[in-house]
Design a protein. Sequence first.
Length: 292
Amino acid sequence: MIKSMTGFGRAEAQDEQHKFTVEIKSVNHRYLDFNIKMPKKLSFFDSAIRTLLKEYMLRGKVDVFISYEDFTQSHMILQYNREVAGQYMAYFKEMADTFGIRNDITAAELGRFQDVFTMEEADSDEKELWGLLEQVLRKACEQFVTTRKTEGENLRTDLVQKLDQMLEKVGMVEERSPQILQEYRQKLEDKMKELLGDTQIEECRIASEVIIYADKICTDEETVRLKSHIQHMKDVLAEGEGIGRKLDFIAQEMNREANTILSKANDLETSNLAIDLKTEIEKVREQIQNIE
């Protein structure tokens, strides 16, 4: 099943101490490009998160939002900064000696000075945190992939319909080709009769002119190749995921054949059909940009 590059996934997971919320959304991009926003505390998981995400996606600009809540204060610990306290005491002694005053600072008073005591967050259990974060990431990714598959199936249906319409127009170009020659032959005969009157018209001369004209406007090779490209694209659409680049290349080849048909067309109806083909191919290319 093909996947769209547009997708969305969201999941939450929590235990007694932690809660994670993950949102994933993506848009079209030529390559796989991650933009991960998460609390600084989780930054050491960045590499593991990217590795996990690559299991679920191949292309697209992917935005990942991770929020984290800690329900307990047990991770906060009081730190006594001995060096800072020592510096304070050294300066107090220097001041007492310099100015001849009593150094009567107490421990309680010293503890009130900045940075002597600080509250710091203890190192979290990385294994425990990753276990919960991995769980919620995978849930969000699974939902994300589901939305991509749903959109991808809609894209496939729409593309097949457009390809069928293109086949119809190619068939009309093929049907029109012998009619163009017949009309050209008739115009040539009428013109020669007008110029020569009742004089005998040389059949071989007319046939020669028609052959030269037919060779000039012949689009048999282009229509055969175009039908082959259309069928090839249908086959690729049935292959599965990771086909976006291949489809884009086929669409380029289809456009090349349509351009040649238009350049050879010396007939208004054929020109209009070629323009319609180019329009449909452009619509196909726009849709292909959404496929992973």
